[in-house]
Design a protein around this ligand. Structure first.
Ligand SMILES: [Zn+2]
Ligand SMILES: [Zn+2]
Length: 312
């Protein structure tokens, strides 16, 4: 993206020197002397193009690289350690569970999943949507920092690895689609970038898996960008008819892994899974880099959050 700018600065004095010994010597002195000047200009450019402070913690970025985040922030994102619903990944209130006295060997299921089982088999997420992770997702989605897709894709890969032994190992991978005008506005679908980065990592960590991306197999045909203003029921209603599958033949009889940056209420995952199952997909798995947990969603609902969650 900035090769041109750097190329111009490093390419040499404008125009080629005409012949003549004196002129040549002057030019060569100018060029040798100002090596420092040129380098300083380059440094300025690099500083402008790559901010020197970590975008998440404000600490110094020790090396000029593509990532706007320091290693401490990236490494500081930890996997979820609470007891989670085995279907949707919601953090369980263990007090309530203990009272009910139920500890089935196959794992615990939250009450929403018990009441209305989701159309997907299981949703896994790497970490809670907060702090550095939240900042990283914001940088990718709202500040066009595409380079953050790589570390986020790493978290997504860790989430996908949690499905080891449960899936058939041969999966079609679909990123949750954005509404076309929204994708044009952003310039990309962040879920696609993250999925590509995750698959590249999994090729090394799980070479035996057969993951084939088929982004675009589902289309978002309804603009649902105002999701966050709605009640849970309203969200589900808003998503009705929001997704469409064109190529049924490519999906029928297969297992699909649906990926996204964040899982919030699950309304999007459920709606996509429903459409996929309807065209003959045998099983739908869901993996996201991050997971909003209920108390967080409650605080957004109270009006404190302006995050356009579930809006893509
Ligand atoms: Zn940092
Ligand atoms: Zn659940």
């Amino acid at each position: 993206m900035n090769d041109n700018a750097l190329g111009i600065a490093a390419g040499g004095p404008p125009g080629s020197p005409p012949g003549g010994v004196v002129f040549g010597r002057v030019m060569s002195q100018w060029w040798r002397g100002p090596g420092r000047v040129v380098r300083a200009t380059l440094d300025d450019l690099v500083t402008t193009l790559y901010p020197t402070d970590c975008r998440a913690c404000g600490g110094p970025l020790l090396r000029a690289g593509l990532s706007p985040l320091c290693d401490r922030c990236t490494d500081g994102v930890e996997a979820q350690s609470m007891t989670l619903c085995v279907r949707c990944g919601e953090a369980l209130d263990m007090e309530g569970v203990r009272f009910a006295g139920q500890f089935p060997a196959e794992g615990l299921v939250c009450s929403p999943c018990r009441m209305v089982p989701p159309e997907f088999e299981r949703a896994v997420a790497y970490a809670v949507y907060e702090d550095e992770l939240r900042e990283m997702i914001h940088l990718l989605k709202y500040e066009r920092m595409r380079s953050v897709a790589k570390p986020l894709g790493g978290f997504l890969a860790r989430a996908i690895e949690m499905l080891e032994g449960e899936t058939g190992g041969e999966l079609l991978v679909v990123a949750v689609p954005l509404y076309p005008s929204k994708e044009r506005e952003r310039g990309y679908n962040q879920a696609v970038l993250m999925a590509d980065a995750a698959l590249a990592e999994l090729k090394r960590s799980r070479p035996q898996w057969k993951l084939t991306s088929v982004h675009g197999a589902i289309r978002r045909v309804k603009d649902t960008r105002s999701q966050f203003e709605l009640t849970p029921k309203g969200r589900r209603r808003n998503l009705q008819g929001a997704f469409k599958v064109d190529d049924r033949a490519a999906l029928a009889g297969r297992e699909v892994l649906l990926v996204d940056d964040i899982y919030t209420t699950g309304a999007t995952a459920r709606a996509c899974a429903q459409v996929l199952r309807r065209v003959g997909v045998t099983k739908v798995w869901v993996a996201t880099a991050s997971r909003a947990q209920p108390e967080m969603i409650a605080s957004w609902d109270a009006g404190s959050g302006t995050a356009a969650w579930d809006a893509g």
